[in-house]
Design a protein around this ligand. Structure first.
Ligand code: PMT
Length: 225
C-alpha cells in the first residue's frame, strides 16, 4: 500500500483547461491536458487522502479511488469547487482556468462575414484568489496551493501570485522550456513559498509526490490530528 501519510485528509484538486463558449461549436481555451492535476489527485489518493478532482475537459481516465466532477467553463469550475470545499484540508489548483470568457456567447452558430470580427471578453471568477480571501490567515485554515504557468520571470511572477492570491505555495512552471508545462508526462517546476524555493523535475507523478511532501508538515502543523 505504501505510506498513508495523507490518510483521513480531504483534498480538493482542479485540473485541465476550461472551455468558454463563443457559440455552440466554438470556444476559447488553452492546451492544458490535465496530466499535472490528475497526477496530484492520483498520488494524494494513493497516500490515503479522500480526493475530489474538479476537471475541465480532458482525454484522461478518472484516477482510481478519486471522485471526479467534470465541468466545462470557469464559472462551472468555480461552482463545483464551492460545493466541494466544505471541510477540505488542502486545495491544489492545477487547472489552467481561462481568465476571460466571451461576454455574450451566441445561441446559434455564428455565420462568416467579410472582414474582421471582434470578440468582447469578460473576466471569469478567480477560484484560487476567492479561496485565499476567504481562508488565508485564519487559524486551522486549509492549505492552499496554486500553480503558475509563465514564460518569463517565472519566480518573480510566482511570488506575486503567492501574495496576491494569499496561498501557502505556488508551483511555478516555466512553460515552453523543454520537458516542462502543458501536455507532456514530465515537468520542471519551482516550489515557491514565503520562506523557500526548491526546484523539482521529473515525471508529473514525481512532481506531485514532491508537492505533497512539501505540504505534509504544513498541513500537520496547521490542522493537527
Ligand atoms: O494540464 P497539463 O497539460 O499537465 O499542464 C499543467 C499546467 C501547466 C496546466 C499546470 O501545471 C499549471 O501550471 N496550471 C496553472 C496554469 C495557470 O493557469 O496559471 P495562472 O497563472 O493563470 O493561474 C494561477 C493560479 O490561479 C492557478 O493555480 C490557477 O488554477 C488559479 N486560477 C487562475 C485563474 C482563475 N480564474 N481561477 C483560478 O483559480
Amino acid at each position: 500500500l505504501g505510506r498513508q501519510d495523507l490518510a483521513g485528509r480531504k483534498v480538493l484538486v482542479t485540473a485541465g483547461p476550461t472551455r468558454e463558449p463563443i457559440d455552440p461549436v466554438r470556444f476559447v481555451s488553452n492546451p492544458s491536458s490535465g496530466k499535472m492535476g490528475y497526477a496530484v489527485a492520483r498520488v494524494a489518493a494513493r497516500r490515503g487522502a479522500q480526493v475530489t478532482l474538479v476537471s475541465g475537459p480532458t482525454a484522461l481516465e478518472d484516477p482510481s479511488g478519486v471522485e471526479v466532477v467534470r465541468v466545462e467553463t470557469a464559472e462551472e469550475m468555480a461552482r463545483a469547487v464551492e460545493s466541494a470545499q466544505a471541510e477540505m484540508d488542502l486545495f491544489v489548483g492545477a487547472a489552467a482556468v481561462s481568465d476571460y470568457r466571451p461576454a455574450a456567447p451566441a445561441a446559434h452558430k455564428l455565420k462568416k462575414k467579410p472582414g474582421e470580427e471582434t470578440l468582447v471578453l469578460a473576466r471569469t471568477p478567480d477560484i484560487l484568489a476567492g479561496l485565499g480571501a476567504r481562508h488565508a490567515g485564519r487559524p486551522g485554515a486549509p492549505v492552499l496551493v496554486g500553480f503558475a504557468a509563465e514564460t518569463e520571470e517565472v519566480i518573480a511572477r510566482a511570488r506575486e501570485k503567492l501574495k496576491g492570491k494569499r496561498c501557502d505555495l505556488v508551483v511555478a512552471n516555466k512553460v515552453g522550456a523543454p520537458g516542462a508545462g502543458f501536455g507532456g508526462d514530465t515537468n520542471r517546476v519551482a516550489l515557491v513559498s514565503a520562506a523557500e524555493l526548491a526546484e523539482i523535475e521529473g515525471t508529473k507523478d514525481k512532481v506531485a509526490e514532491a508537492i505533497l511532501d512539501w505540504i505534509l508538515p504544513v498541513l500537520d502543523a496547521r490542522r493537527p490530528r
